[in-house]
Write a protein that binds this ligand. Structure first.
Ligand code: 16G
Length: 553
């Protein structure tokens, strides 16, 4: 039975931020941490309702603002299978947060809450126990916000709350999914742990090396990992310290790992900084030309790679390069296993994908490519519904691979057949690879391991990887406008519908530049409009981009 008296008390104590409009965007709620108490309170209740709706399955809640500055924070809800909150529940998250924000007293909030409960036909007098998994990144504001989030869960709604402490976002997704799978299998102690995560991914990495009888060394002399001074640092170090991790310690160096100094988070380092500025992060000077570098973002759900050539030129190996590497490797394995006609492999990109990468996938790899709107949920959905091996990456380094049920069934049955009569290398590779990838969400740690294994198996250097195709020169700029909501798009954000006439002007500019492409969209995470431009001639790129920006302003 719900204790509304207690809920009223918690509401009065917690919801201090008032009369602010909140919206649940591509990555949940995200804003200045000091304004998030009310949102945390309502999101905690919503997560419990989601779990009740799903017969008490574990629902995840992550407190993070990813690559945003240290003053920000945010929260997002994760479905029992580790995917993002169901799209039809996003408006509820918003309604409840705004009800808490604009209500003048608890009763007003309670009326809105009751509407939602009734609309979703949730029985609060049930014996079902809601289960919640919570995690947070390393931000200073997170412990307080966690208290706001969880305050009503146990005391009012009798939920069981599993607090993972500081974890990466993908760890939270993975542990939520694994706990539910174990619960479903009737495990009496279903709760998955961080240790499960490390064991699982190291296990798959080691098995892949063993399959090829490769010595457990990276194919590059040294890998530097920039963890953006975020939670990725300590978590990665736990993996590197695991008993089963036996890559020589001198081959891996973790830098920007001061997650204990709040202001350093994402400051001049991390995946977003490196991708946007196309330069080395703070704390790195090129020490050797055959090293490989990579950067995570603040909550380690994105990764980009890079290297510096002998002329000291910086080369970025971004999400497009990662997905093309995986597409090349996995389509070859399908062919070797004679499964290229029964299992469908494809790549999912957004409008930000470099035009050269799209051409390379289509014309060189002969793989299908889809384009979706920005935001992981759109790519994830396409990859999961259209392909048996759906590789999706945003150019910013956020991505993963989804392997279908049919994929798993086919590999299992082919493996049992081939044991008797043939070569199982490609089949075993496909199986191991599907285990090395965190299929719930893009994961910097798991993606990094998959890249390292692929490079080792294909005996490719960073330069070989980069030379598969050459990026078109490109630029992304942020444009502050009075009202970004008027920028409405169509065709997966590649064309503007509004403001009327602006797309025609952009088209005229684009036509002047060989291999030119440009699009404009409102950011989902910042109060700004983004302008992307790419063309053949790097010396004309600045002018091209400026011309589009002039029309947007
Ligand atoms: C969020 C999205 C990311 C997207 C970015 C775009 C998730 C988990 N994250 O960080 O995928 O690339 O927003 O930001 O969906 P923008 O709308 O500000 O350009």
């Amino acid at each position: 039975k719900v204790d509304y008296e207690q809920l009223c008390k918690l509401y009065d104590d917690t919801c201090r931020t008032k009369n602010v409009q909140f919206s649940y965007g591509t990555a949940g709620f995200r804003t200045l941490a000091k304004n998030l108490d009310t949102v945390m309170f309502s999101t905690g209740i919503l997560a419990v309702l989601r779990s009740l709706k799903l017969q008490g399955q574990y629902v995840g809640v992550m407190i993070t603002a990813s690559h945003n500055p240290y003053q920000d924070n945010g929260v997002k809800i994760v479905e029992p299978d580790g995917s993002m909150l169901l799209a039809t529940w996003e408006p509820y998250a918003m309604q409840l947060a705004n009800a808490a924000s604009f209500a003048t007293n608890f009763e007003e909030f309670r009326v809105e809450l009751a509407k939602l409960i009734e609309h979703e036909k949730i029985d609060l007098n049930t014996t079902v126990v809601p289960h919640i998994v919570v995690g947070r990144d390393s931000r200073e504001s997170s412990p307080y916000l966690l208290r706001c989030l969880t305050s009503s869960m146990a005391s009012v709604f009798h939920a069981q709350v599993l607090d993972l402490g500081c974890v990466t976002t993908p760890q939270l997704h993975y542990i939520t999914d694994l706990s539910n799978r174990r619960k479903l299998e009737g495990d009496i102690a279903p709760v998955a742990t961080e240790q499960d995560y490390y064991s699982f991914f190291i296990g798959a990495f080691n098995e892949l090396f063993a399959t090829y009888q490769l010595e457990k060394r990276l194919s590059v002399p040294k890998l530097f990992i920039d963890t953006a001074n975020g939670i990725g640092g300590p978590q990665l170090k736990k993996l590197l310290a695991s008993e089963d991790w036996d890559v020589p310690a001198e081959q891996v160096e973790v830098i920007n790992d001061r997650s204990d100094v709040p202001e350093l988070l994402n400051f001049e380092c991390g995946a977003d900084y490196v991708k946007t500025n196309q330069r080395l992060p703070k704390g790195l000077s090129p020490s050797s030309f055959d090293s490989l570098y990579c950067s995570f973002d603040g909550d380690a759900d994105r990764v980009v790679f890079y290297y510096v050539d002998s002329g000291s030129k910086f080369h970025l190996l971004d999400g497009d390069k990662i997905s093309t590497l995986f597409a090349k490797f996995l389509s070859k394995q399908l062919e070797l296993a004679h499964l290229e006609h029964s299992l469908k492999i494809g790549v999912v990109q957004t409008a930000y994908a470099n035009g050269s990468s799209t051409a390379y996938i289509k014309n060189t790899l002969h793989c299908p490519v889809s384009c979706t709107k920005t935001g992981v949920k759109h790519l994830h959905h396409e990859a999961a519904t259209q392909y048996d091996i759906g590789i999706y990456f945003e150019a910013n380094g956020h991505g993963t691979i989804i392997f279908s049920e049919k994929f798993h069934r086919t590999i299992k049955s082919e493996l049992s057949k081939s044991k008797l009569n043939g070569d199982t290398l490609a089949l075993r590779t496909l199986k191991c690879f599907s285990e090395l990838i965190n299929q719930t969400v893009g994961d910097a740690i798991s993606d990094m391991l998959a890249v390292l294994a692929t490079l080792a198996i294909l005996k490719m250097s960073p330069v070989d990887w980069d030379e598969e195709y050459t990026d078109l020169p490109n630029k992304l700029v942020k444009c502050i406008v009075p009202d970004r909501s008027i920028f409405q798009t169509t065709d997966q954000e590649r064309k503007l519908l509004n403001p009327v006439g602006l797309q025609d002007k952009i088209d005229l500019v684009v036509a002047k530049y060989p291999m030119g492409r440009s699009f404009v969209r409102a950011s989902g995470t910042e109060d700004a409009v983004r302008v992307y431009a790419e063309c053949k001639d790097s010396s004309k790129l600045g002018q091209f981009c400026d011309e589009v920006v002039e029309h947007v302003k």
